[in-house]
Write a protein that binds this ligand. Structure first.
Ligand SMILES: [Zn+2]
Ligand SMILES: [Zn+2]
Length: 152
């Protein structure tokens, strides 16, 4: 009788999660892919590629920046990773399981989640008014965070 794969992950921690995830998606678990995915799993929410590179290099010091960027592309094609545009800078990378709408502070670039329930009435109202169904998530809403608001 074959055991469920999950049963073998009994004493596993994050590294094995990343490896298992890559294999689930039919992707070879190279050290750089594991390092990038681990870094992303350990980070909560969207992250810039430069910051993700630093996190990945903390796990795998030999990983080159160009490899991280290439790996992000591979993980995106696999559907493990997506991105959100937050302000004028480069887009932010995140796990594809996270499609939430975020707000970005125009002054400091800080990101906050926007609860789906908060935008639901807006989606309903726009649909009723124009027939358009808003699909928020790919672009962040422009905002000013509480800290920056005090400085204005
Ligand atoms: Zn995009
Ligand atoms: Zn701010």
């Amino acid at each position: 009788m074959r055991r469920e794969p999950a049963a073998d992950l009994g004493q596993a921690s994050n590294p094995t999660d990343a490896e298992a995830l890559l294999r689930d998606y039919g992707c070879r678990a190279t050290r750089s892919r594991v390092a990038v995915l681990e870094a992303l799993l350990s980070h909560d929410g969207p992250i810039g590629a430069a910051e993700l590179t630093e996190l990945a290099q903390a796990r795998e010091p030999s990983i080159h920046e160009a490899t991280v960027y290439r790996t992000i592309g591979v993980l995106s094609e696999l559907g493990l990773v997506n991105h959100v545009h937050a302000g004028h800078g480069p887009s932010l990378v995140r796990l594809a399981t996270n499609n939430d709408l975020v707000a970005v502070c125009q002054d400091c670039g800080k990101i906050a989640d926007v609860p789906a329930a908060a935008v639901a009435p807006l989606i309903d109202a726009v649909k009723e008014d124009s027939g358009f169904v808003l699909e928020p998530g790919h672009f962040a809403l422009e905002a000013v965070c509480a800290t920056c608001l005090k400085l204005r």
